[in-house]
Structures are given as structure tokens and as C-alpha cells.
Design a protein around this ligand. Structure first.
Ligand code: OFO
Length: 171
């Protein structure tokens, strides 16, 4: 049986992951509306991934005999000044998510919930990747945003990203 406090915090994180997905879906819409379909594809896959992050927690709570409580998902931004602004927000958001995962880990250590520590390790690794990906694209976009041909090429590159549910491979 999962500890009540741990359950509450993981439920809050489910909401945060769904919110992340909602944010990236909104960013995907912005890219579509601004004629960058490859960027839109990249963000759409990011949205799908966030929902898998939420679902991995959803399944875990049930596996531990707990109760999933879904709360409203807050509104997200819908307008940005530029692709650079979007990736700046993405990177800073991922850094926030990393700190949320670290807080969950702190609680798991505090209450000596070893199963949850193990479970959360997957997210610790995932956040390293999430921050690195966002940072890499941000650096590129910052350099080339004014150059239409270079943006066209990066858009083509981002259009090749495909969705893989990494949470299923990990279980
Ligand atoms: Fe769930 O990793 Fe991004 O937010």
C-alpha cells in the first residue's frame, strides 16, 4: 500500500505532467499556425510523451493499491513572440519539472519508500534528457531564427522525430 503523502504528491505530479503535455500541445498549435510544421511535429510528440509520463505514475499508484485523483488542468499560454521564446519557456519549464521530481524523491527518501525511489529514478534520468533536448534546440534556434533558409532546414530535421512510448519499454 502506498503512503498517503507519497500518493498525494504523485497525484500532483500527474497533474503537472498533463499540464506539460497541454503546454506543448499549445506550442505545437502555434508552430502550425506559423508555418513551421516540423517544429509543430516535435512539440506534438513532446505532448504525447508528457501524457506517457503521467500514465506511468497513474499505473504505479494503482500497482501500489492507491487511488488516482485527477484535478483540473490549468490554462496554458497560447501566444509567443518567436520560436526562441517557445524554447526558452520549454527549457525553463523542464528545469522546474526536474525540481518537482527532486522534491518527490526527497519525500520518498524521507519516508523510506524504497519502491518509489526506484520508480522515480526513471524520471530523474528522463529529466536529464528533457533538459538537454530543449537546450540543444534552443541554442540552434537562437542562432538561426532570423535566417529563413536555416529555419527551413531545422524545421525539416524536427519533422523526422517519431513518437516512442519509452515508459512501456522501461516496465
Ligand atoms: Fe515529463 O518531462 Fe517534460 O515536463
Amino acid at each position: 500500500m502506498i503512503n498517503e503523502r507519497m500518493q498525494k504528491e504523485i497525484n500532483e505530479q500527474i497533474n503537472a505532467e498533463l499540464w506539460s503535455g497541454y503546454l506543448y500541445l499549445s506550442m505545437s498549435a502555434w508552430f502550425t499556425q506559423n508555418n513551421l510544421p516540423g517544429f509543430a511535429n516535435w512539440m506534438y510528440i513532446q505532448y504525447q510523451e508528457e501524457f506517457t509520463h503521467a500514465m506511468k505514475m497513474f499505473r504505479y499508484i494503482h500497482e501500489r493499491g492507491g487511488v488516482v485523483t485527477l484535478k483540473p488542468i490549468k490554462a496554458v499560454d497560447t501566444k509567443w513572440k518567436s520560436a526562441t521564446a517557445i524554447f526558452e519557456q520549454t527549457l525553463s519549464h523542464e528545469r522546474t519539472v526536474t525540481s518537482l521530481i527532486n522534491s518527490l524523491m526527497d519525500t520518498a527518501h524521507e519516508i523510506r519508500d524504497y519502491a518509489t525511489i526506484n520508480f522515480l529514478n526513471w524520471y530523474v534520468d528522463e529529466q536529464v534528457e528533457e533538459e538537454a533536448n530543449a537546450e540543444e534546440i534552443l541554442e540552434k534556434v537562437k542562432m538561426i531564427e532570423k535566417d529563413k533558409a536555416a529555419m527551413y532546414n531545422l524545421d525539416k530535421e524536427l519533422s523526422t522525430r517519431v513518437f516512442v512510448d519509452a515508459t512501456l519499454n522501461a516496465e
